[in-house]
Write a protein that binds this ligand. Structure first.
Ligand code: ZN
Length: 338
């Protein structure tokens, strides 16, 4: 009875989940006496040096006791996580103030990092995620490194923000991967990466070089409404599925020609002649932009008006009408001579 009364009257940490992914989360720790927001040692963002030492000791206790719920925790210093023993990995809304290293090599549970913030470099190098990887709405303020890692199930990076260099070199995605609405402010390297199922890159901004050289897309890839603001490399990339690229913008004319040619060829391979025509048009638009004005004009007439008989029957009628009108004009001027 007395214990119950103590628990009821004792104040608890007032941390509340802001990501929307753990709205039922309740922290059962005691708040720090000097915390402005009445947060505990784990959730307090402004930890003192003494707090940091206490935090280290208490986190190690949790890891020893196999407690892996770190929702909203603020990790103050460099941290190494050996994921091998993890039976759960709740890092929803967590903040890593310095560089963080996840070593394993396995992550044997869902890796939940939704809405997390990495203020230093985030290292997930060579890790094998045997289940799903969730980084929805996460922010990487410095480098994000997933080099040579493997995601066996789905990988979700929806609306993630990558402010530093991003490394997905030789990364293998075995199921669907979703980067929709993400922003890459620095170089994004996807060289020699493998996408076994659909890869979604819809509405993405690549602020610097995006390199997909020698990557393998074994299913469709979707770059609809994405913007490549600097160079985009797709040399020796393999596309087994279609490339969806409606309203995709590439700053470099040279890269545009190559990109839309790849999309055209992929559409042709899958018998999608409507899209093949669309990407052919895009490819030719880019080639024309690099030409002198009179060549541009002539090519415009040839491509815009005459191409696409299969997909644009209206062009047949327009061309026929022009031929009839010109013939009539000649007839009315010169008539028929014996
Ligand atoms: Zn707390």
């Amino acid at each position: 009875m007395a214990v119950d009364t103590i628990i009821k009257t004792e104040k608890l940490c007032k941390y509340k989940d802001k990501t929307g992914f753990r709205s039922d989360y309740q922290c059962h720790e005691k708040p720090l006496s000097d915390s402005k927001q009445s947060f505990c040692i784990f959730h307090e963002p402004g930890k003192t040096e003494k707090d940091c030492n206490q935090f280290e000791a208490e986190i190690n206790d949790k890891l020893r006791n196999n407690i892996y719920d770190f929702t909203g925790y603020v990790f103050p210093k460099i941290r190494f996580f050996n994921t091998e023993k993890f039976t759960d990995a709740e890092f929803v809304g967590a903040t890593f103030k310095e560089n963080v290293f996840f070593t394993g090599p396995h992550f044997n549970c869902d890796a939940c990092f939704m809405g997390s913030t990495f203020e230093g470099n985030a290292n997930f190098i060579g890790l094998i995620f045997t289940l799903n990887l969730f980084l929805v709405g996460s922010t990487f303020k410095k480098e994000a490194n997933f080099r040579e890692s493997t995601v066996e199930m789905e990988a979700d990076f929806i609306e993630a923000t990558f402010n530093g260099r991003t490394d997905f070199i030789k990364t293998s995605f075995k199921r669907m991967v979703n980067f929709n609405g993400s922003t890459f402010r620095k170089e994004a390297f996807f060289e020699k990466s493998t996408f076994r199922e659909e890869a979604k890159f819809i509405g993405i901004t690549f602020g610097e070089r995006a390199d997909f050289s020698e990557s393998k897309f074994k299913d469709d890839v979707n770059f609809t409404k994405s913007k490549f603001e600097k160079r985009a490399f797709f040399s020796k990339s393999i596309f087994k599925g279609e490339i969806h690229a409606k309203d995709t913008k590439l700053e470099s004319k040279y890269d545009s020609v190559i990109f839309f040619r790849l999309a055209k060829n992929a559409a042709y391979t899958h018998g999608n002649y409507v899209d093949q025509g669309y990407y052919h048009q895009k490819e030719m638009d880019q080639i024309r932009k690099g030409q002198v004005w009179y060549k541009r004009g002539w090519n415009f007439i040839i491509q815009k008006l005459l191409h696409g008989y299969g997909e644009k029957p209206i062009n047949v009628f327009i061309t026929a009408l022009i031929v009839i009108l010109i013939s009539s004009l000649f007839f009315s001027i010169f008539g028929i001579h014996e």
